[in-house]
Design a protein around this ligand. Structure first.
Ligand SMILES: CC(=O)N[C@H]1[C@@H](OP(=O)(O)OP(=O)(O)OC[C@H]2O[C@@H](n3ccc(=O)[nH]c3=O)[C@H](O)[C@@H]2O)O[C@H](CO)[C@@H](O)[C@@H]1O
Ligand SMILES: C=C(OP(=O)(O)O)C(=O)O
Length: 418
């Protein structure tokens, strides 16, 4: 097992190049299962979750090749329909194989992902939507066994909760269904728009992606195409928060403008921010960081994937503030770890009350999920002395070379065998 060793007390300054978005790349790579020819992907981040996706797609028979930084996936060779537990347990997003396999082959067996450190995370909306499209689905021995006689049928589907994954799974399934599907109360994340852009590039007929009502007219066949993955807004936000916490400055390059709620909160925290088409600059030098109230919401609200980082920001900021998590029922596992470093935080139900912290010191802490890990690293950079972050395989799921990018900004962080 590896861990990060961080010597605290650095002020970050410089430029960082943002990688492609994990949460756009994953559904898009699964959507390549729908195509009967090769797709070419640019700006794919080099992450553990991408390796897991590649392993699952090749197990299903897809032909996968890297040419330098370009990823080629040929869906024509896909000839299996089982996504096994061994791979699904490593990455919940594997459930996104369900819609494409069922739509293309009329059959799919996908392991249930189970819960994770942030919540139970059921997939009932995915399953109910596919049943509405004519699928016969049974859950048996931990697997979702899905079948349809002929093709899936277009349907009018109302989702009673906003779910990113269900919107993606159903949008992919509907692209090869017979007739028109309308998804109501759909998720509106930029990653949904990116998936729709790729599907449309393959020939799909989709209107309304990015709104809460998406219309998909199914067609008979989808062809591979070229697609550039959008920049990672959560990685961008993480580096902006890191610089703000350290009282430094950062220019995030190769990013985009889909971060409004995060930028507004950083401005409320007293950061100077300048946004261009493809970069975001933050300057916190000689400015006092102020604690900010946060409530997570589906997009375009404040993203839950930035909650842990803002909890860390409030720990070093002046004043007190509350962080309320409304998307996942258990996304505060970073709080007891931050408390071990001296953070003045109290949990009350789904709210973390962040008081002013007088002194932060390095400690041995445990990463519990991807963004919790990021919050511990960011706090370690500010704290007095040495911080050891264990279980950093969580970080590697979703941040490309985070230690190299932070070191280039002036952090003292090293990876080593525990
Ligand atoms: C790979 C990826 O893109 N992951 C993101 C995606 O996860 P993911 O797609 O899993 O998250 P969802 O939007 O589906 O989950 C939102 C909420 O809906 C609940 N729910 C979801 C589906 C369902 O069938 N039933 C149900 O009750 C979940 O338990 C959760 O409480 O969106 C989350 C919310 O923005 C982000 O934190 C994750 O980073
Ligand atoms: C929760 C996250 O991802 P996943 O849905 O892949 O677990 C995340 O990216 O913060």
């Amino acid at each position: 097992m590896e861990q990060f060793v961080i010597q605290g007390g650095s002020t970050l300054a410089g430029e960082v190049t943002i990688s492609g978005a994990k949460n756009a790349a994953l559904p898009i790579l699964f959507a390549s299962l729908l195509a009967n020819s090769t797709s070419t992907f640019f700006n794919v981040p080099k992450l553990r979750d991408i390796e897991t996706t590649e392993a699952l797609l090749s197990q299903l028979g897809a032909t996968i090749k890297w040419q330098g930084d370009t990823l080629l996936i040929d869906g024509a060779t896909v000839d299996k329909i089982v996504a096994p537990y061994e791979l699904v347990k490593k990455m919940r997003a594997s459930v996104l194989a369900l819609g494409p396999l069922l739509a293309r082959f009329g059959e799919a067996q996908v392991s249930l992902p189970g819960g994770c450190a942030i919540g139970a995370r059921p997939v009932d909306l995915h399953i109910n939507g596919l049943i509405k499209m004519g699928a016969d689905i049974e859950v048996e021995n931990g697997y979702i066994n899905a079948k349809v006689a002929g093709r899936l049928k277009g349907a009018h589907i109302f989702m009673d909760m906003v779910s990113v994954g269900a919107t993606e799974n159903l949008m992919m399934a509907a692209a090869l269904a017979d007739g028109i599907t309308i998804l109501e109360n759909a998720a509106r994340e930029p990653e949904i728009i990116d998936l729709a852009t790729y599907l449309i590039g393959m020939g799909a007929k989709i209107k309304g992606a990015g709104t809460d009502s998406i219309e998909i007219e199914g067609i008979e066949e989808l062809k591979g195409c070229e697609h550039k993955i959008l920049p990672d807004r959560i990685e961008t936000g993480t580096f902006l928060v890191a610089a703000a916490m350290s009282g430094g400055e950062v220019l995030c390059k190769n990013t985009d403008q889909s971060l409004d709620p995060v930028i507004e909160k950083l401005r409320a925290a007293n950061a100077f921010i300048e946004v261009t088409n493809d970069s975001i600059y933050l300057d916190m030098r000689n400015r006092e960081l102020k604690a900010v109230n946060i409530k997570t919401m589906p997009h375009p609200g404040f993203p839950t994937d930035m909650q842990a980082q803002f909890t860390a920001l409030n720990v070093v900021a002046k004043g007190s503030a509350t962080i309320t998590e409304t998307i996942f029922e258990n996304r505060f596992m970073h709080v007891p770890e931050l408390q071990r470093m001296g953070a003045n935080i109290r949990l009350e139900g789904n709210t973390a009350i962040c008081g002013e912290t007088t002194s932060l010191s390095g400690a041995q802490v445990m990463a519990t999920d991807l963004r919790a890990s990021a919050s511990l690293i960011l706090t370690g950079i500010i704290a007095k002395g040495e911080t050891l972050v264990d279980r950093i395989y969580h970080v590697d799921r979703g941040y490309q070379k985070i230690e190299d990018k932070l070191s280039a900004l002036g952090a003292n962080i090293k990876r080593r065998k525990a």
